[in-house]
Design a binder for this molecule. Structure first.
Ligand code: FMN
Length: 169
């Protein structure tokens, strides 16, 4: 798929067939995540891949907006390392760029995916930190739920010229 078409047609997918994604597909998602831009090229991320059914169920039970994780069969928790990027704002932006790369690649290779928020919600992050045994210096920024899609979401035109300001506000 052409890159512009991929960006324009990506939508969140929350209904999955239950079939697992392949190792090759998973590796593609991880490779594109590592290619994200980061301030001073610090690359302050870690990725926790979760496919164990008990762990998927535990995360889905703890995150009320990620219930679809069980059926999707794969969750990638994108984490920022505070020791590699001391400015939390940048850390979150950098991990978000990695997340978006994964969402676009998932769509481009025919998978369905949805970004489930973690940072800055303590309520959503705390159980994940505990379940995944994350060290003190690690912030879970977001959870990418990915799987074989059982729904299509149509293109939605969000272009809004009123929000574009030329030269000054
Ligand atoms: C920071 C962030 C957190 C999100 N958290 C969730 C979530 O917890 N559960 C969910 O189903 N969707 C979540 N979404 C997906 C949004 O609901 C979705 O991107 C938005 O409705 C636009 O739809 P689209 O992705 O199909 O373009 C999140 C998106 C972002 C960027």
């Amino acid at each position: 798929m052409d890159v512009i078409e991929t960006i324009m047609t990506r939508r969140s997918i929350r209904t999955f067939t239950g079939e697992p994604i392949s190792e090759e597909q998973l590796n593609t998602l991880l490779k594109v995540a590592f290619q994200a831009p980061s301030a001073s090229n610090h690359q302050p991320w870690h990725f926790v891949v979760v496919r164990d059914s008990q762990m998927l169920s535990a995360i889905a039970a703890a995150h009320r907006y990620a219930r679809m994780l069980r059926k999707a069969g794969c969750g990638i928790v994108v984490c920022g390392d505070k020791e590699l990027q001391k400015m939390t704002g940048f850390l979150v932006e950098e991990c978000s760029a990695a997340i978006e790369n994964m969402l676009l690649a998932a769509h481009g290779i025919g998978l369905g995916a949805v970004w489930c928020g973690l940072y800055p919600s303590v309520q959503l992050s705390a159980p994940i930190i505990k379940l995944l045994n994350l060290p003190e210096n690690i912030i879970p920024v977001g959870l990418v739920v990915v799987g074989r899609k059982a729904e299509e979401n149509p293109f939605e035109n969000r272009y809004n010229p009123e929000r574009i300001h030329h030269e000054t506000w």
